[in-house]
Design a protein around this ligand. Structure first.
Ligand SMILES: Nc1ncnc2c1ncn2[C@@H]1O[C@H](COP(=O)(O)OP(=O)(O)OP(=O)(O)O)[C@@H](O)[C@H]1O
Ligand SMILES: [Mg+2]
Length: 454
């Protein structure tokens, strides 16, 4: 049997000449499988997948979904599966009157050694099981687009999953690897997320440059300093081009948490006073409110124990209406919707000097005007942490502004005004570039196929 390969309108077709009597020859043509690999950016807020065609060396398509899972309150009533993922998770959660289990920012539990599993409808889910649900959703959607079961992927990881703790970091990557396996991937490589972002930017360059990439996401801010050279796109040896990597566990979620602490919790009774013993009036413990400021706590904390304490404080506060809001929030799972309002306010403030922080549900009524100047003050500690980390990162790696030809900012949080200012002030003479804030990393990961050559 002989065959020849020909490129026909982008797809490879193999012609098979079969010499078999009684026919002189039979001409068959069978489309041979195209080769793809997936670049996957599993993010705290959004997860993206870029489909890379290994023959044309181009991105074939990109998919993006919010990193959300909703487990129905009554499985089977709405659907045959007991959960939904992505945009649909929000719709189902709201349609279910927020009664089921809504999981957000699941990436943050990857590095938590204290988290082993959570029970949902009498089923145990490890961190890998939960992450696998999101990866599988992305894989299924992409597989449907290409009509294949693609098991090869470059998966992104932050430079540090948490703080600079090697054990936690190893745990997180092991769990992510396991999640990829559960989701059906058999050939997986990991790449730092900011390097992914850098490779996406490299495609737009015309000359070699030393670039500082900052990827500011929901959970983390990552930096990489590297040499980008358009002539090297897709080349196998890129190790010597990576000059420095670093990251910090601060992102858009931190801004939202701080905002919740400063502006949200007073509406939920942070300043409520109660009678601890006859004549002794105290303010309710602030620790009660840390739970409603962080998604990780809200997703997995044991509500029952806290509920009893809250009922006692409520009683001894003389039924304080603000404190009642805290009970309403917890009993009705309103956390996500409150954070949606907070995020909305943040996004409005990227283009305006003032925005309304609004929330109206059940007994809770928030309607407060927020000035940009106040918002910037609220998030200043988080922004300062990014700024001091960047100084440290540059000092430690011997990088001066003069060594940087251009800056590339990506990730949703790069749109926040204070963040833009930080970079403009620090590098006034350096070109500031940005690409697709939500898809750059996935695309660049997909350009990292060289990792499979090792
Ligand atoms: N227009 C906007 N202005 C300001 N912030 C925004 C805007 N759009 C999205 N964000 C914020 O960007 C963050 C999500 O960004 P992104 O999708 O890059 O994060 P991620 O990749 O999921 O997170 P990570 O990389 O940390 O795991 C969220 O905190 C979101 O609130
Ligand atoms: Mg990201």
């Amino acid at each position: 049997m002989k065959f020849l390969k020909k490129e026909i309108s982008g797809s490879v077709v193999s012609f098979f000449f079969i010499f078999s009597p009684p026919f002189k020859f039979l001409l068959l043509y069978v489309p041979s499988m195209k080769k793809f690999l997936y670049g996957i950016d599993f993010g705290t807020t959004n997860s993206a997948l870029a489909i890379y065609d290994e023959e044309t060396r181009e991105i074939h398509n990109t998919i993006i979904i919010p990193s959300l899972i909703y487990f129905y309150d009554q499985p089977g009533a709405v659907n045959t599966t007991n959960y939904v993922v992505g945009e649909e998770a929000i719709t189902a959660y709201l349609a279910d009157n927020m009664k089921g289990r809504f999981i957000k920012s699941v990436k943050q539990i990857l590095s938590r050694s204290s988290f082993s599993e959570t029970r949902i409808q009498n089923k145990r889910y490890t961190a890998s099981d939960l992450v696998a649900i999101i990866l599988r959703e992305l894989k299924n959607r992409a597989d449907r687009l290409i009509g294949q079961d693609c098991r090869k992927a470059v998966i992104g990881r932050p430079v540090f999953f948490d703080d600079d703790d090697v054990q936690k970091d190893t745990l997180a990557q092991t769990r992510l690897n396991k999640a990829a396996e559960i989701a059906g991937f058999t050939d997986v490589r990991f790449q730092f997320e900011p390097i992914g972002a850098a490779f996406a930017y490299e495609k737009s360059l015309v000359k070699k440059e030393n670039v500082l990439v900052a990827d500011l996401g929901g959970g983390t801010t990552d930096f990489t300093y590297l040499v980008l050279d358009p002539e090297k796109v897709g080349s196998k040896d890129r190790k010597n081009d990576m000059m420095a990597n670093g990251g910090i566990y601060v992102g858009g979620d931190s801004f939202d948490s701080t905002f919740m602490w400063e502006k949200g919790t007073p509406y939920f009774g942070k300043n409520t006073q109660y009678e601890a013993s006859p004549g002794k009036v105290l303010t309710v413990p602030k620790s009660l409110f840390t739970n409603i400021c962080s998604w990780e706590q809200m997703n997995f904390f044991n509500g029952l124990r806290i509920k009893k304490d809250i009922e006692d404080y409520y009683y001894f506060s003389g039924n304080d209406p603000q404190f009642k809001n805290l009970m309403t929030l917890i009993e009705n799972n309103l956390g996500y919707s409150v954070f949606q309002s907070i995020e909305k306010t943040k996004i409005m403030l990227t283009n305006a000097d003032t925005a309304m922080f609004k929330y109206h549900k059940m007994s809770i009524n928030i309607n407060e005007e927020i000035q940009l100047i106040d918002y910037e003050q609220i998030i200043s500690k988080d922004v300062d942490r990014v700024a001091s980390y960047l100084d440290e990162f540059m000092l430690h790696n011997g990088i001066t502004p003069r060594n940087i030809d251009s800056l590339f900012l990506t990730g949703g949080t790069s749109m926040v005004g204070s963040i833009q200012k930080l970079f403009k002030n620090k590098f006034p003479h350096v070109n500031l570039n940005s690409g697709d804030n939500f898809k750059s990393v996935a695309k660049g990961l997909a350009y990292s196929g060289y990792l499979f050559e090792d």
